[in-house]
Design a protein around this ligand. Structure first.
Ligand code: FE2
Length: 293
C-alpha cells in the first residue's frame, strides 16, 4: 500500500459558538468540509477572557459524539444526567450524545489562556439512538510515545503502531475505530506514522506548519489537511517545529442531515430531535458515566 498524500486543504475560518466563544473552525465550516466520520473540528485559543468567558451554556446534542481536548485552561461540564466533571490542561472528555443529552461547558477561569479542541465524530444509524454516555480522561491516563529526536505522539484514541510497538489510547473499541493522535515535532524533524488502510484521515496543524507525504505538500498553520488512502503518513515540521493533530476513522457511508447540534440520517429524524428537545424529553434521558478501561 502507498503512503498517504495531502489531497485537500481546508483553511480554518473565524467562528463563534456557545454564548459567543471565539474559535477557528476547519472541518465542518460547511457541509462539503466534512470527512466521514468526522463532522467538525473547532480550535479555541485565546488569552483574552472576553473571547471565552461566556462559555457554552446549556445546549442539546443528538446523534453523534463530541470529543473535547484541553491544552490550556479549565472547563467544567454538567449534563442532564446529573453528571459533572472538570477538564484541565491535557484532559479529554469523550461524550457520546447518541439518543440525547443537554449539557453545558463553562470556563472555570477569569484570566489567562484558554486553548483546546472540540471534535464532532458521527455515529452510524444503528447507534444514533443508543443511551448517552461520557468518559472523563485525565491527562495522566493518556500515553505519550517517544518517537525519538524530540518527536512525541500522544495517543488519545485507538492504537499507534510505531517502531515495532503498539500503544493503545484510553478510547478504543468504537465502531468508527477512531485514531486521535497529538503529534509534536521539533524544527525540521519528520515522522512516519502507520494508519489503517480504508480509514479516512486528516491532519490539523495547530502550531507551525508541516510538509506532508513524500511530495512534501504544504499544510499551513491552522488548516486541516485531508489525506488520501494508504497505510502510512509522513509528516515533516517546518523551521519553527510543529504540533499537529492526526485523526483517522472508519467511514460510515450514510446520509448526514445536520441541524445545529443534531446530526441524523433523515430530515424526519431531525424534526423528532427538535420536538424531543422542545418537549423536554431529550433532557430526561439517562447519561452513563463510563469508567476508564
Ligand atoms: Fe456541547
Amino acid at each position: 500500500m502507498a503512503q498517504r498524500t495531502l489531497q485537500r486543504v481546508i483553511a480554518s475560518v473565524a467562528a463563534s459558538d456557545g454564548a459567543g466563544v471565539k474559535l477557528r473552525r476547519s472541518l465542518g465550516a460547511g457541509p462539503f468540509a466534512r470527512h466521514d466520520p468526522f463532522l467538525m473540528l473547532d480550535e479555541f485559543y485565546s488569552d483574552d477572557p472576553d473571547d471565552y468567558l461566556a462559555g457554552f451554556p446549556s445546549h442539546p446534542h443528538r446523534g453523534f459524539e463530541t470529543v473535547t481536548y484541553m491544552l490550556d485552561g479549565h472547563m467544567q461540564h454538567q449534563d442532564s444526567g446529573g453528571n459533572t466533571g472538570d477538564l484541565g490542561p491535557g484532559d479529554v472528555q469523550w461524550m457520546t450524545a447518541a439518543r440525547g443529552i443537554v449539557h453545558s461547558e463553562m470556563p472555570q477561569q477569569s484570566a489567562g489562556r484558554m486553548r483546546g479542541f472540540q471534535l464532532w465524530l458521527n455515529l452510524p444509524a444503528k447507534e444514533k439512538m443508543k443511551p448517552a454516555a461520557y468518559c472523563d480522561i485525565p491527562s495522566a491516563a493518556i500515553p505519550v510515545v517517544d518517537a525519538g529526536g524530540g518527536a512525541a505522539v500522544k495517543v488519545i484514541a485507538g492504537s499507534l503502531e510505531h517502531a515495532g510497538r503498539s500503544t493503545r489510547g484510553p478510547i478504543h473499541g468504537l465502531s468508527t475505530d477512531p485514531r486521535y493522535f497529538d503529534v509534536v515535532l521539533p524544527a525540521g524533524a519528520s515522522l512516519e506514522l502507520r494508519l489503517p488502510v480504508g480509514h479516512n484521515a486528516f491532519l490539523y496543524a495547530y502550531e507551525g506548519g508541516a510538509a506532508v507525504g513524500a511530495e512534501r505538500k504544504a499544510l499551513p498553520h491552522r488548516a486541516a489537511g485531508v489525506l488520501s488512502d494508504g497505510d502510512a503518513v509522513r509528516i515533516e515540521a517546518g523551521a519553527a517545529g510543529a504540533r499537529v493533530l492526526l485523526l483517522a476513522g472508519r467511514p460510515i457511508g450514510e446520509p448526514v442531515v445536520q441541524y445545529g447540534p443534531f446530526v441524523m440520517n433523515t430530515r424526519e429524524e431531525i424534526e423528532q430531535a427538535i420536538a424531543d428537545y422542545q418537549s423536554g424529553a431529550l433532557a430526561t434521558q439517562p447519561v452513563a458515566r463510563i469508567p476508564l478501561s
